[in-house]
Ligand binder design. Structure first.
Ligand SMILES: Nc1nc2c(ncn2[C@@H]2O[C@H](COP(=O)(O)OP(=O)(O)OP(=O)(O)O)[C@@H](O)[C@H]2O)c(=O)[nH]1
Ligand SMILES: [Mg+2]
Length: 301
């Protein structure tokens, strides 16, 4: 005897956690299939808890990208970022613990301890398998890590080259509890277009600047005007010191022009329309140690 009923929907949260630079935001963007979060070669790129939504039929998976955890980070900004990552663990159904292929560092071990004590099921995601010189080293690496913890699953992937992401999605969907969808089917993030635009600009800055300046920058979109054919966007790049402003502007405005041109191309693709982007650089001393300033720039904490 069977009873006809509409299939139950499922919906849940999976946090993406790991040390800085392991490729968490790249994975978020790849799994969702849209550019949501900034990614860069430099650690501590992500400064916000960012949601990415994958809806497939009756299943809705809400991914929570978090700032890389670095327990040794002395500055207030670093501490706020760590807190933000911890908070994401509090109410998720599972966590993706992202590590790099063939690299296991003391910081990874510390994060694993934190995850263990949270009691949340942990899926170990071994990222960047594309850059392994010897693929046969993967199995021993997995075996070694499996001895450290009873992971719910272990999935090797490449976020950058989109390797094995379907398998990862299948594993993650298995953790979703029954429930109504929290996002409409066509929505893929909780973040505004303004936020995504500011992330694109920051990403271009991070790609071009040396070690010192990036941490001192924040981007704020202050103006947005849509006309029939063009979207006009005004953004401010905040730095901490005049000397940093000089670097961001560059000789003859060369640096800021190059950031602006590259960012505009990405934003035009994202918005699917023509964009006029105006960037200005302003100095705001000590914003990284100023709680109010950190909040105003939209950084969680
Ligand atoms: N070769 C390779 N590089 C990758 C892969 N995934 C990410 N990367 C690179 O690793 C760097 C860091 O990537 P992000 O996605 O910004 O890393 P993250 O973990 O979000 O970093 P934080 O936000 O600073 O914690 C970037 O240069 C990425 O292009 C991958 O699968 N393979
Ligand atoms: Mg990130």
């Amino acid at each position: 005897m069977t009873r006809e009923s509409s299939p139950a929907t499922r919906c849940g949260y999976v946090a993406i956690v790991g040390r800085p630079n392991t490729g968490k935001s790249t994975l978020l963007n790849a799994l969702v299939g849209e550019k949501i979060a900034a990614t860069a070669r430099k650690p501590q790129t992500t400064r916000h808890r960012i949601l990415g939504v994958v809806t497939q039929g009756t299943d809705q998976l809400i991914l929570v990208d978090t700032p890389g955890i670095d327990t040794g980070s002395p500055k207030l900004l670093g501490r706020v970022l760590n807190e933000s990552a911890r908070a994401a663990l509090a109410d998720c159904d599972a966590v993706m613990f992202v590590v790099e292929a063939e690299r296991w560092e003391p910081l990874d071990a510390q994060i694993l301890e934190m995850l263990r004590s949270s009691g949340v099921p942990v899926v170990l995601v071994i990222n960047k398998v594309d850059r392994m010189a010897r693929k046969e080293a993967l199995l021993p690496f997995i075996a070694r890590l499996r001895e450290l913890h009873h992971f719910s699953d272990v999935v090797p992937v490449s976020g950058l080259k989109a390797v094995n992401l379907d398998a990862l999605l299948r594993v993650l969907v298995g953790f979703l509890p029954e429930g109504v969808h929290l996002f409409p089917e066509d929505e893929f993030t909780d973040r505004s277009q303004r936020f995504r635009v500011s992330e694109v600009i920051r990403e271009q800055l991070l790609e071009r600047l040396g070690q010192e300046v990036p941490y001192a920058t924040a981007v704020e979109v202050e103006g947005w005007r849509d006309t029939a054919r063009v979207t006009h966007i005004d953004a401010i790049i905040w730095v901490e010191r005049d000397s940093q402003k000089a670097i961001v502007v560059g000789k003859g405005g060369h640096m800021i022009k190059s950031v602006g041109t590259a960012a505009r191309h990405v934003i035009e693709e994202m918005l699917e329309r023509k964009v006029m982007l105006r960037l200005r650089v302003k100095v705001r001393e000590g914003w990284q140690t100023d709680v109010d300033a950190i909040r105003r720039m939209g950084i969680d904490g």
